[in-house]
Every structure is written in C-alpha cells, then in structure tokens.
Design a protein around this ligand. Sequence first.
Ligand SMILES: C[S@@+](CC[C@H](N)C(=O)[O-])C[C@H]1O[C@@H](n2cnc3c(N)ncnc32)[C@H](O)[C@@H]1O
Length: 399
Amino acid sequence: MSTPLPGFQVMPALDDDARAALRADIEAHGIQVPIVRTRDGRIVDGHNRAQIAEELGIECPAVVVDVGDDEATEMALRLNILRRHMGPVAWAEAFRRLAEVRGVAKRIGRAGRPRGNADTLSALSRELGVEPRTARRRLRLAEKLAEHPDLAAKVDRGEIDARRAEELVRRENFDRRRAAAPPPPVVALGSGIEVRCGDFRDVLADIPDGSVDAVVCDPPYDFPGVPLYSDLSKFAARVLKPGRLLVAYCGKVDLPEQLGRLGEHMEYVWLGAVFLPGRHTEMRSRMVRGRWRPVAIFSAGKYRPRHWIIDAFTSEGNGAKGPTDHRWQQSVGPFVRWVEQVTEADELVVDPFCGSGTTGLACQATGRRFLGCDIDPASVSLTIERLRGVEARDVESAS
Ligand SMILES: C[S@@+](CC[C@H](N)C(=O)[O-])C[C@H]1O[C@@H](n2cnc3c(N)ncnc32)[C@H](O)[C@@H]1O
C-alpha cells in the first residue's frame, strides 16, 4: 500500500491517547468509516485512519471526491467539526476557519462578536449542531486563550474548567502588570481627572474639608476589609459638602456590619441595588447564588436632595471578565448612572478604592471631575491605562 499524499490536514494531530484508542478500534474492527480523498489521491478526511491502516497493513476503503482545493478544505473542516470530539477551543478554531473558507465572515470580531453577517454565522453554527450562543462563547474563550496554548489544550482535554482557565490568564496578566514599574504617586490626566497611588487615609488626606460633591466607590467586601468602612465613613463625612452623598457598593455577607460602620459618621439615606446578569458569586456554605449587589447611600450630615434617584440598575454584560480586567472590575454602566444622579457636570467625585478606575471612566463619560486612588500599584496602572484609553478615543473622534 502506498503512502497517501499530504492532503488537507486541517486539524491538529490526535493526541497519543486518542490515537492509541483509534488504533485499537481499527485493529479490532477494521476501518469502519471510509476516508475521503481527491482524484489525485490527497486525503480530505481520514489522515489518522489512513496512517494506521498502513501501519497495520490492512485495507483502507476510500470515497473519492471531485472537488477543488477550497471545497476540499471546507469539506475537511466540516467533517472534522461534525465527527471529531473536540474541546471548545479547538472547535472554535475550526469554526473560525470554516467561516473564513465559506466567506461567511470576513472577520470574526473581538471577543467572538461576528462582524458582518451575524445571521449567516448563526446559521453555520446551527448547521454544525451547535447553538449560536455556544459558538460565540467558544469563540470568546479561544480568543482569551489565544496566547496560552497550554491552558487551551488543558481546557480541550477537560483537565481544567474554562472559567478557571480564564481566571488564570487574568491573574497572569495582572501579575505581569504588578511586576512592571510602579506608577508615579500622582498622575493628572486631562479634564480634571487625577489618580493617586497609596492608602486613601494617607494620599487623600490633603483634600480640603467640605470640598467634594460625591464619594462613589466599591470598597473591598471581604471580612478583613470591614474596618475600612469606618475609615471610609470618617473620610467621606470630612471631605463631602454638607448634605452630599457617599455611594458605596457593599458585600452581602457582612452587610449589617458594613452599614453600621458607614453610619458611624454619616446618615443613612437609602439602599440601592445593581442586578448582575449571568453567572456570579456562589456561596456554597449558604447555598446562595448571588445576582445583585447592595449599594449603600449615606449623606454627610442631613441629606439635602437635589435630584430624584432611581435606586436600582442592571449591570451590562454577563459578568464575565476580560483577560486583562481587574479581579473586582465592575461594569461602567451603573457607575455612570450613580455619578449622574448624585452630581452635576463639572462637580468633583472621589473614589478612594478605584481598582481599575470604573468610577473615573464614569466621570469621564459624564463630564465630572474625578480624584481616585488605590493602594495597589497594579490597579492604579490599570486605572491610568483605561482612563488614557478613553482620552485617546475622545481625541480620535474629535479630530
Ligand atoms: C472592589 S475593588 C474596586 C474595584 C473597582 N470598583 C473596579 O471596578 O475596578 C477594591 C479596591 O480597593 C483597594 N484598596 C483596599 N484597601 C485600600 C486602601 N486602604 N486604600 C486604597 N485602596 C484600597 C484594593 O486594592 C482594590 O483594588
């Protein structure tokens, strides 16, 4: 039997275990599914079967197709996607290539969002027996793991869960940021936006009393962070103008204590909420899956309402984090709404726990001045990057 011509090997080789299993099956039952080859003998589908048949010196039945190269590549991809057991990342890669060969999408956009003909892409995923939503999720995953082939392979082999792999990529990216040079202690960006690095009790100590229009923040929710709520209350009571608001995202496990501490120096006004679509925190010990976050609203002295406040918003997105996101990064949308409701244009908003700078982004979007800080230099660097990104986009769109 002659060695087949190279042909259309569109998929990565089988791993050792899968190949050994296929070989054992062929030894026991022969070639059950004929290979597909072109008239000139190039294999479209069945490279492994052909090779194993040759190794074993047995007959290898073949179906001959009369197709051009593009059609053969398309056929090879389609047959492999339909028949071969593939993990989500390998599936996404094969799907992306099939979409390209078909000319269905010139380019599948960032995070798996199809540019161009979304309907046709959905039709293609359905043709392959996969819901478009699942196809998009796999495409997003493949993109996030593009620079981490080892993790992608582990996900495909089922050795690690996709969410865990994404979390590892995010952490690695953040560690890289942490290992880079620390940001300067104070960075002033255009239009009244300033970011500082350090403990808010030190680096915001120079803010004059009664000079701030709102404190909008998302302090750490974990138990060691609980005492910070007392210091936050003291800080906000000092820097806020009389009757102005502190808006603080809270956790749920220690909510009573967090509210109690916020009330040490400030007056309770209201409890708002942000609904979080998608998968979020799961507390096994209490068997609760969290779908919302409390937002505590306190005033410096007696509250002096200036605007009606809507007290609940739904976060955009599905809660999934991007590969370079901050561990606790919140959606910008609800922060925009809080900032808009508790301040007016040009007023000053302070966030003592800025993390990745979400409050700052909301201030940029709504024309408020912003002063933020974080104790973690990597978070401050991320904040600066994100705020500069928005500035750069503004400059581009203005020119
Ligand atoms: C829940 S995260 C904020 C996330 C942010 N809202 C976002 O969307 O990215 C809380 C942040 O508080 C910071 N932090 C903790 N203690 C601090 C302190 N004493 N002073 C300043 N920042 C602090 C942490 O480093 C963390 O980045």
